[in-house]
Design a protein around this ligand. Structure first.
Ligand SMILES: N[C@@H](CCC(=O)N[C@@H](CS)C(=O)NCC(=O)O)C(=O)O
Length: 211
């Protein structure tokens, strides 16, 4: 197996944290998104969507999407489960992970990509060579969605130590990486969100945070 990775990008970071928590080592190939290396023919031959992370199996099969890759790897390496231990936990992880992805991660991307000059012609990730220009009005919509994300996260974490019960799962990892990403657009955890601040500090102290 090989992992096409991008050290600075938030979605590849989700997968690296998953791998670190489960102690899985996969050789990595770095692809520079900021310089558009992922839109060049060499990488598009691996993944026509041009998305990172991408996993390449030994038989040549390649696929993207963090959660799809996690699902595959969790089935192969079931220790330290990150997608839930019981049917109920698995359903909850899926549900809360999606919420964190849509309202934390994707809303962050909406703000970042619709205002950053490097992405003026590449506002939506995943088009390969096909360009979709930025729409500056979406920046405000993204900011409002992120406000909703922080309210939701605080309410969840007032109830339990992690998003799903007492174990860290991919729901936490996605929310954690979304918050790291929000630093790029000068958004941080609201000062009064005490449960979120404590949870973030705990996740940030784990060795996987540096992965
Ligand atoms: N839904 C995808 C999102 C992947 C994604 O958006 N990756 C970004 C990096 S954070 C990317 O590849 N961007 C390519 C580009 O901007 O051209 C996943 O979960 O893997």
């Amino acid at each position: 197996m090989k992992l096409y990775d991008c050290a600075m990008a938030p979605n590849p970071r989700r997968l690296r944290i998953f791998l670190a928590e489960k102690n899985i080592e996969i050789p990595k190939i770095e692809v520079n998104i900021l310089e558009g290396e992922n839109t060049q023919p060499a990488f598009l031959a691996v993944n026509p969507r041009g998305l990172l992370p991408t996993l390449k199996l030994d038989d040549g099969t390649c696929f993207d999407e963090v959660m799809a890759i996690c699902r595959y790897l969790e089935a192969l390496y079931p220790w330290q489960p990150m997608l839930g231990r019981t049917p109920l936990e698995q359903g909850l992880v899926e549900s809360l992970q999606r919420k964190a992805e849509f309202e934390g991660m994707i809303a962050g991307s909406e703000v970042f990509r619709n205002q950053h000059p490097k992405f003026a012609e590449r506002s939506i990730p995943g088009g390969g060579g096909q360009l979709i220009p930025a729409i500056p009005g979406l920046v405000e919509r993204g900011r409002q969605t992120i406000g909703r994300f922080y309210d939701w996260l605080e309410a969840q974490l007032q109830r339990s130590r992690y998003l799903v019960g007492e174990q860290m799962t991919m729901a936490d990892v996605t929310a954690f990486c979304a918050i790291g990403f929000h630093a790029w657009i000068d958004i941080s955890i609201p000062a009064g969100n005490s449960a979120t601040l404590a949870w973030y500090a705990a996740l940030n102290a784990r060795p996987s945070a540096a992965a």
